[in-house]
Design a binder for this molecule. Structure first.
Ligand code: SPV
Ligand code: MG
Length: 307
């Protein structure tokens, strides 16, 4: 089953689809292990992981290299946050071909100008025209090879200071252009405007929500309001950052690691998650190699090869 078909099946089954944001293969493994249905390769997380702002500073090629590691790490579908599509409609078409061949199930593109800026940054939130974004969606759909591949059209009207009418008008145009799902984004503390969008929405495609700021609402409540997918976009990065900062400080403060040991993952968990035990089982079945006559010489023994 292709990754795209896997995602289509999640959208087709009853209930809300729960997705976790990651920036590398490790995050994807942790998301899969926790039981999330799918992975969001987050632009915010990927940018942060390279130490740069989420503002199209990284190139599509930079991101694609990370995306390949993420898709190869897990069997669950990966939705790639492709920002504003890295340029115009031609860039979007090229991007879809590359991302699809990298194994992603869907790309998400947003109707902001390129270079985009993360939605939670004040200012810099300018939208492209509906016509321009409709062109990008059309280019994306025309470029995909697998008919199950999905293009998520992200509506940034509420982020950019427009009202519900503009958001609904844009979403309707994006449906016409062939989008497979609408992501309605908002940065309000209250979920009300997203709930208003969901109750006004009568379109034929599912709606995706990202309750980063309006986090008081549960997945079940969002489902009852009509959302089909909920993305927890950056919680791995934020949880990890807090935990690492605390442990780093504690090691220096206590001049050792003993007091941190019960708050850090056991080494066995790391070995397991990186596939070490699977590798050893593989050795047992297929061999480890090195069984030449002098294989009893320990590796790195310092012995030099005979001339
Ligand atoms: C991301 O995770 O990069 C997103 C979601 O686009 S947000 O940061 O909420 O804009
Ligand atoms: Mg993003």
């Amino acid at each position: 089953m292709s990754a795209a078909l896997g995602l289509r099946k999640l959208f087709a089954r009853p209930g809300i689809v729960r997705v976790i944001g990651v920036h590398n293969a490790w995050g994807a493994r942790l998301g899969e292990r926790a039981g999330f249905d799918a992975i969001w390769a987050s632009g915010l997380e990927l940018s942060a992981s390279h130490g740069v702002p989420d503002a199209d500073i990284l190139t599509m090629g930079d991101l694609l290299a990370d995306i390949r590691w993420i898709t190869s790490a897990v069997p669950i579908p990966v939705i790639a946050d492709c920002d504003a599509g890295y340029g115009n409609a031609s860039n979007v078409a090229h991007m879809v071909r590359l991302y699809e061949s990298a194994g992603v199930a869907a790309v998400c593109i947003e109707d902001k100008v390129f270079p985009k800026t993360n939605s939670f940054v004040e200012g810099r939130q300018r939208l492209v025209s509906i016509a321009e974004f409709v062109g990008k969606i059309g280019a994306a759909k025309a470029a995909q090879a697998d008919p199950d591949f999905m293009v998520v059209a992200r509506v940034e009207s509420l982020i950019a200071g427009y009202g519900l009418d503009e958001a609904l008008k844009r979403a309707a145009a994006y449906v016409e252009a062939g989008a497979d799902a609408i992501l309605i984004h908002a940065k309000d503390k209250s979920p009300q405007r997203v709930l208003d969008f969901l109750s006004a929405w009568s379109g034929p495609i599912p709606v995706v929500v990202v309750p980063t700021m309006y986090h008081s609402i549960t997945g079940a409540e969002l489902e009852r309001a009509g959302a089909k997918m909920v993305i927890y976009a950056n919680h791995g990065l934020r949880a990890g950052t807090q935990a690492v900062m605390e442990v780093f400080e504690e090691i220096l403060r206590t001049d050792g690691t003993t007091s941190s040991e019960d708050r850090i993952a056991p080494l066995n968990t790391i070995l397991e998650l990186q596939g070490t035990f699977t590798m050893l089982a593989h050795d047992a079945r297929y061999g480890y190699g090195g069984d030449s006559p002098d294989s009893d010489v320990p590796l790195n023994s310092g012995r030099t090869a005979e001339k």
